[in-house]
Design a protein around this ligand. Sequence first.
Ligand SMILES: Cc1cc2nc3c(=O)[nH]c(=O)nc-3n(C[C@H](O)[C@H](O)[C@H](O)COP(=O)(O)OP(=O)(O)OC[C@H]3O[C@@H](n4cnc5c(N)ncnc54)[C@H](O)[C@@H]3O)c2cc1C
Length: 550
Amino acid sequence: MAIKLIIIGGVAGGATAAARARRLDERAEIILFERGEYISFANCGLPYYIGNVIKNRDSLLVTTAEAFKARYNIDIRLFSEVMGIDRTSKQVKVHDIMTGRIYEESYDKLILSPGAEPVRPPFKGVDLENILTLRNIPDSDMIKARVDAGRHESSVIVGGGFIGLEMAENLVSRGVKTTVIEKLDQLMSPLDPEMSAIVRDHMAEKGVECYLGEGVKGFTENEGLITVHTDKNRNIECDMVILSVGVRPENRLARDAGLAIGHMGGIKVNAAMRTSDPDIYAIGDAVEVRDFISGQPVMTALAGPANKEARVAADNVMGGKSIFKGTTGTSVVKIFDLTVASTGLSEKACRHNNIPCLTSYTHSNSHAAYYPAARMMAIKLVFSPSNGRVLGAQIIGMEGVDKRIDVLATAIRGSMTVSDLEELELAYAPPYSSAKDPVNVAGFVASNLLKGDVRNINWNDMEDLDPDKDIVIDLRDKRELNDTGFIPGAIHIPLIELRSRLPELDKGKTYIVYCAVGMRGYLAHRILTQNGFKSRNLSGGFRTYDAAVK
Ligand SMILES: Cc1cc2nc3c(=O)[nH]c(=O)nc-3n(C[C@H](O)[C@H](O)[C@H](O)COP(=O)(O)OP(=O)(O)OC[C@H]3O[C@@H](n4cnc5c(N)ncnc54)[C@H](O)[C@@H]3O)c2cc1C
């Protein structure tokens, strides 16, 4: 007998699962319920629609219900909210929003892909008219209409994550003065703080004031203007507030049906994407999945995992044996001129999970420096001290960041080590890369550290130096010091003078050497240690240090 599959939610996960299920079984009866007006729309494109980068609203619709139905023979029911699941009789209760009709529909197998909703914390005044969130096309219509009308000249974005910062860029590009308030001490929480400091500085360059470590207490309104009140007694007036403080899994249906829920609030699933009920699968933003490295349950509100989980769930519904091996949370985001990307575990995530790690910082050109328009990118590599396995990476730059993060994401999937990164043969011609690609360079530096060819010191250990025992040497040229400043207390010995000035140094001291990005520091470290001096190289050089301590 043909299987009857019901899917709840018709966007990233739901639509993918429906299409895959149909490809696997031409005879199956597949019904997809979507509460909203659209299926399969590009939620990731919404900030760019508001910013007028995407000009045509219709291009946000990856497909229409009619086209999807025609291609896949799926019974798509829009404006249809599933209200409950009766697992005993294997039926869902559906509310037809347009007619008000409530009816039941039976299933053999059920896939839940209800997504996650933007969190609206219970701040005083949170329900005021111009306090908005962004999840779907109607939300973006609402924000865009206000900006288009030209009545909204200023905005406050609460929350400095992906969506908040994408919105900041797009609102600024529309001439809306924008301020970001973030409760954490940093923007972009997947990054380590010193990497996120690069983003903070860039936002400031673009005229976006970011108040970090500052929470919102509430909102008041006066003659259409909203005042945002913070816990540092700051009051910011604006025309519009975008709340982007994170998302909460839509777990109500699952919870009410008695399905197991994880400690983060996501629906619990196994590697087959099966819930605690063998006939019900769940995917996407609503579920907790396994972190590929730590093995811990995590929630990643990202389209890539949602799509892959959908494929696995549909395979298994149709009798297959597919497995979702876990997520590395690989992400990339454009923030004004920067591309900000990360994959795997950050240093702080390793600490949180008690996973020992080493880190290295490198700053490399996106392509050969002599070919026009090369731009520096900062790479932080997180790796295992015992075997060099790559655990995570963060990259921030302007060009070529996306391809490097994808190489590193692949390396993590393949359980590769930092010495494997040294050996990777990556495509090179001057407009695209260097003969030593930034990924290779990151591998060289990390391997040097692992092999003991260099001893590093990280920016956050500099404050623990003992001025009686530790001497900091700035190896850069005078001009560089004048341009950028230097670490207080450092003595200045340009690298090219170091050999001749060794007699001035004391073998009883430890010399902390630094240059702009760490390369000359490494050379100096080699010179010093081979001449019997104790030395450590400041990882990532002045550039990493300066961004982090500013
Ligand atoms: C503004 C924005 C930008 C983003 N940018 C990126 C990006 O650049 N890269 C990236 O990887 N990810 C991005 N994401 C996240 C990505 O869109 C989500 O991870 C992905 O859509 C999750 O898929 P899903 O199927 O779990 O949920 P969704 O795509 O949210 O779909 C869930 C659907 O289920 C419906 N639904 C819920 N409950 C019911 C019910 N009871 N009955 C019927 N229907 C129901 C909802 O109406 C919704 O349409 C972005 C998200 C947003 C909002």
